[in-house]
Design a protein around this ligand. Structure first.
Ligand SMILES: Nc1ncnc2c1ncn2[C@@H]1O[C@H](COP(=O)(O)OP(=O)(O)O)[C@@H](O)[C@H]1O
Ligand SMILES: [Mg+2]
Length: 246
């Protein structure tokens, strides 16, 4: 059983990797209902690998994964989709289908339901958050800017009404102003859709400021964890991971 009573995601003592290469070396973390939690850490520390392990894209060697109280340990991505496990994922450098329209892209994300009136209902809810997608609904995604495409990728992941969203560096390809806009949008989305968020962010300080808690990954382990405020104030963390000398 999941130990955290109100955890929407709990990963216990995770070891995972590629073939014989072990990248994640015993990581435990959780996200409670309504929380936004940030993972920070140097390049190559296993942030993406960990996120992918949760949804079965990377081989789990040992450990347990619970999503919304359900044991999903070892499940493949198609099983997670087929069983309607309420989790969404936006990969690092997410792609949209450029030759499809915005509408068709959103339908691609709507895999757990039939494409009937409820597709329209869901899209309407998301239009409040992403007005640009309503304006451009019938246009091809190739006509969107980088920031707009990222909004489309985010909206697409929200189509099946997940309870938790895994975001792997959603601002990576964006200019600073657009990156801030995207982070604000994520905060707004989280509030309005009542969704929990686990986010990997290079803009570590900014992401922590917007989060409830954080984890610092170093070589596939957790080097530090705590409330966002505590991590932001800890000297060692600031110097090593937040780019602040004092
Ligand atoms: N598909 C893969 N096959 C083998 N090794 C990989 C693969 N993807 C990532 N790695 C290795 O796993 C380690 C962690 O990578 P990654 O999870 O992408 O780190 P981060 O997201 O923190 O930058 C790195 O050493 C990387 O080279
Ligand atoms: Mg990564």
């Amino acid at each position: 059983m999941s130990e955290q009573v109100d955890a929407v995601l709990e990963a216990k003592n995770i070891y995972s990797g590629y073939g014989k290469l072990q990248v994640i070396n015993g990581i435990s973390l959780y996200v409670k209902r309504g929380e936004m939690v940030t993972i920070i850490g140097p390049n190559g520390s296993g942030k993406s690998t960990f996120i992918k392990t949760i949804i079965g894209l990377v081989t789990l060697f040992s450990g347990k994964v619970y999503i919304d109280g359900k044991d999903v340990t070892g499940k493949k991505p198609y099983e997670i989709i087929r069983e309607g496990i309420p989790i969404g994922y936006v990969p690092q450098l997410a792609n949209v289908f450029p030759s499809l329209t915005i509408e068709e892209n959103l339908k691609m994300g709507y895999y757990t339901k039939k494409w009937d009136k409820s597709f329209t209902d869901r899209v309407r809810v998301l239009f409040d958050l992403f007005p640009i997608l309503e304006e451009r609904f019938k246009q091809r995604a190739s006509l969107l800017s980088g920031g707009e495409r990222q909004q489309l990728a985010l909206a697409r992941s929200l189509m099946p009404t997940p309870r938790i969203l895994l975001l792997d560096e959603p601002t990576a390809a964006l200019a600073p102003i657009l990156a801030e806009e995207m982070l604000q949008l994520i905060v707004k989305m989280r509030k309005e859709l009542d969704i929990s968020v686990l986010i990997v962010e290079q803009r570590a300080k900014r992401a922590l400021q917007l989060s409830d808690r954080g984890y610092v990954f170093v070589t596939g382990t957790i080097a530090a964890e705590g409330t966002a405020d505590d991590l932001l104030q800890e000297d060692k963390i600031r110097k090593l991971y937040l780019g602040q000398k004092d």
